[in-house]
Ligand binder design. Sequence first.
Ligand SMILES: CC(C)(COP(=O)(O)OP(=O)(O)OC[C@H]1O[C@@H](n2cnc3c(N)ncnc32)[C@H](O)[C@@H]1OP(=O)(O)O)[C@@H](O)C(=O)NCCC(=O)NCCS
Length: 463
Amino acid sequence: MDKKNTQEEKNSQSSYSEGGIRELLDRLALRSSVEEEKEAPAKTYDDYKFWKTQPVPKFDEECEAEGPIDPNTDIEKVSKEPYRLLKEFEWTTMNLEDDNELREVYELLTENYVEDSSAMLRFAYSAEFLRWALMCPGYVKDWHVGVRVKASNKLVAFISAVPLVIRLRDKLFEKCAEVNFLCIHKKLRNKRLTPLLIKEVTRRCHLLDVWQAVYTGGILLPSPVSVCRYLHRSLNWKKLYEIGFAPLPFGSSPTKEMAKYHLPSATATPGLRPMEKRDVAQVQSLLSRYLERFELAHFFTETEVQHSFLGDSEVSKGPVIWSYVAEDPKTKKITDFFSFYSLPSSVLGNPQYNDIKAAYLYYYASDSYPKDDSKASLDTFVERCKLLIKDSLIIANRLRFDVFNAVTVMDNNLFLKDLRFGEGDGYLNYYIYNYRCPKVPGGIDSQNNIDKSRPSGMGFVMI
Ligand SMILES: CC(C)(COP(=O)(O)OP(=O)(O)OC[C@H]1O[C@@H](n2cnc3c(N)ncnc32)[C@H](O)[C@@H]1OP(=O)(O)O)[C@@H](O)C(=O)NCCC(=O)NCCS
């Protein structure tokens, strides 16, 4: 029996309802799968030896009074000294303007950030991606925190924060941080280094009068403000299948599966074109109006819009972020906008393929968003979103991405299933450090299924 037949047999017998690729991509996306969570005995609040000492809400606690959990904001009381590490290690502030130091972070993450449980897939962040993500407008060098081995100078752990403004319902957090890229070298795991990294980056934020932070994770910690679910859409089904991750559903055939995910080569939105620098003000305005509909949202300035959606380019062209606008040919008004970013994964030990090229749906906005409660307005808007995001699939397909991923944020839960996105096994927990508030709906219902009845409350996409 040839390799393909063996693979076919394996995949057709797969116990995953929607297929291995989803489970693997969920893991890869750094979000532990439900399966992993099911296997481990449930951790109670008291088991969180570190997190129970932190100003975060407990599980299931009623929010009687919204506000900071620790109200202290006295910078004078913040230690000027870093936390103590074991004598073999030292803190370092990574200077990401230096390509060598950027490369060190890239290598640490590439080798240690996240793998699926069988070590077949691993995130393959590019240095350009990290530069884009970590050197955003107003970034603070001191918040790119590393740990080195004193003797060898080797970077063995990293955590970062970047400044941003978020809006939670009617409250604006003008000084907030987004914490990301927590990573510890595999040889230093389970040694309680994570609490030190978190406390150190928190100390550095406090020194700049920042007392709240947002962060996400697949693992459940006390206590998420919102829980979203992953969605995945095969573009190159054949490749995903040949790697061994996309299943061949019972009763189907490769020809049928390829036909199912086939996309036209031309986009269909009138006036669609790559975003340019001259569009920044209009995109900022459109995106801000659109995001006002959500309970928790990133509050974008024009400078951030330029950086987030164009990077260093005058015209959107990748290789990390792609952004498109639809321009009304008569009025020249930008009516719609969408963006996606590239985050590939290495395929380890496969003779045929080295990587899976994954695109992730990022921010989008459409002026057709419902202005009243009527079904007709919602239907018009949903149809428009389908047109736009189908075009983003077409463009991603032309760019030879293999899979397109999304989370149930913004209005995604209303239309992505119709575009052949499938529910993943992974969940993405959103957290706010040092703030207690009522939960924000994350686009899934009480059974954790996609909630097509209403948009999610989340207007915040974390990379
Ligand atoms: C996540 C990672 C840094 C944890 O390191 P570790 O060596 O397993 O854990 P440590 O012994 O250092 O610390 C354990 C504590 O960190 C907490 N922790 C683990 N992962 C965490 C995360 N992603 N975010 C916040 N806290 C986390 C644990 O809950 C535990 O605290 P508790 O006692 O309150 O439960 C490490 O596994 C890693 O680098 N993984 C790959 C990258 C990754 O998954 N990063 C997280 C991105 S969301």
